[in-house]
Unconditional design. Structure first.
Length: 142
């Protein structure tokens, strides 16, 4: 199977299509069997695309880049968590309650952290209160 980047001629909507061969695409397109999933136009053409080369070296390189990017993002999130812990007040399992008090002006405005269930975080979000789960830190595992 070959994946082609396709585009409808009338509106320029782009999408992907899978065909047995280039000839198979051409035959189906000529019969009007290929249509745009957005507008339904049957006037479709192949769009320019980069060739896909699947070598084990390319897969390893993509994996290494993804792993490096993920590791960098995790390190940044962990540094943010360290800053919150260093500068914020730990409120434990009363996080949702304390966040509401701060949001509604019933408590002094300050940075806090603690524990909250997924349901509590969703409720906070529904009230316009931002809550962000902090990633575990390597030092927490020791």
């Amino acid at each position: 199977m070959i994946r082609f980047s396709l585009r409808c001629k009338p509106e320029g909507h782009g999408y992907d299509g899978w065909f047995r061969s280039s000839e198979d695409f051409e035959a189906q397109a000529a019969k009007g069997l290929v249509s745009c999933p957005v507008c339904g136009a049957s006037a479709v053409e192949k769009a320019p695309m980069a060739p896909a080369v699947n070598s084990s070296r390319a897969k390893e390189a993509r994996g290494a880049v993804m792993n490096a990017e993920a590791a960098k993002a995790l390190a940044q999130l962990q540094e943010m968590a360290r800053q919150v812990r260093a500068n914020g007040d730990y409120v434990g399992p009363q996080f949702a309650e304390e966040a509401r008090k701060i949001h509604y002006g019933e408590a002094d405005r300050r940075q806090i952290y603690g524990e909250a269930s997924t349901a509590e975080v969703k409720e906070l979000a529904g009230e316009g209160i931002a809550a962000f789960p902090m990633p575990p830190l390597p030092e927490d595992q020791n």
